[in-house]
Design a protein around this ligand. Structure first.
Ligand code: SF4
Ligand code: FES
Length: 250
């Protein structure tokens, strides 16, 4: 058995936030998400939470679990008990309004993501229809070029980096590590032709230079990505493009 201490808050009922404690039986291999599902099955008035894939792919189960932002579906209860004192404390992602219990409103997070135009913006050389066997138009990319974006492509938009970022906590306009990582992903994509536009979107007052290089995002990312590294890289690209502009080279 272990104790789950779960954050409870419902803005609709005018009561202060609290933690409720549940006793959960567990066995080796069981995840935090499975513990929450047990609570849903066996307790009245159980907490609300989000999940979908249960395989660390959809990003919907990111929460603050025993002091760290993690995915509930790939965090083993056993690991937490080894790390801590026998109680598992779960809170919602920070910096986003709570809808109910562990469910946050991600509108701002996705608004910032949409702001970077998270899709390919190719130039005019749209591929022609291919051979008879290939009836759809494809943007061919070499394995070498694909490798350049490997890291950032794996982002599942879980929000762990955003929740851990103190700048996002004080400035909701800040694009956030997830959005800048995605901007870098498209900037570095050999099929994309909007480098200048991408730099100008993330080079504004609420973009790159709001980042104070605290590196929380790099530490918490459950997919082992490096948003902080992407932010540094894009800062360099932006500075270099300004220098080139000054000397008429851009
Ligand atoms: S960069 Fe990592 S922590 Fe941030 S949203 Fe993507 S997967 Fe989640
Ligand atoms: S349920 Fe999809 S990432 Fe956890």
């Amino acid at each position: 058995m272990t104790e789950f201490r779960v954050f409870r808050f419902d803005p609709a009922d005018n009561k202060p936030a609290r933690f409720d404690t549940y006793t959960v039986p567990w066995e080796k291999g069981m995840t935090v998400l499975e513990g929450l599902l047990y609570i849903s099955d066996y307790f009245q008035d159980s907490p609300s939470f989000r999940y979908s894939c249960r395989a660390a792919v959809c990003g919907s189960c990111a929460m603050h679990i025993n002091g760290k932002y993690r995915l509930a579906c790939n965090t083993l209860i056993e690991t937490l008990l080894k790390e801590g004192n026998g109680t598992i404390t779960i809170q919602p992602l920070a910096h986003l309004p709570v809808y109910k219990d562990l469910v946050v409103n991600m509108d701002n997070f996705f608004r910032n993501y949409e702001a970077i135009r998270p899709y390919l913006i190719p130039d005019k050389s749209v591929p022609e229809n291919g051979s008879a066997a290939l009836t759809t138009r494809e943007f061919i990319q070499s394995p070498k070029d694909r490798k350049k974006i490997d890291g950032a492509i794996d982002c599942i938009l879980c929000g762990a980096c955003y929740g851990s970022c103190p700048v996002a906590g004080t400035n909701p306009e800040y694009l956030g590590p997830h959005a800048i990582l995605k901007a870098a992903r498209f900037y570095n994509d050999s099929r994309d032709a909007a480098s200048k536009e991408r730099l100008s979107i993330i080079g504004n007052n609420h973009g790159l230079f709001r980042c104070h290089s605290i590196f929380n995002c790099q530490v918490v990312c459950p997919k082992n990505l490096d948003p902080a590294g992407a932010i540094s890289q894009m800062k360099m690209k932006l500075v270099w493009s300004k220098v080139k502009g000054l000397f008429g080279l851009g």
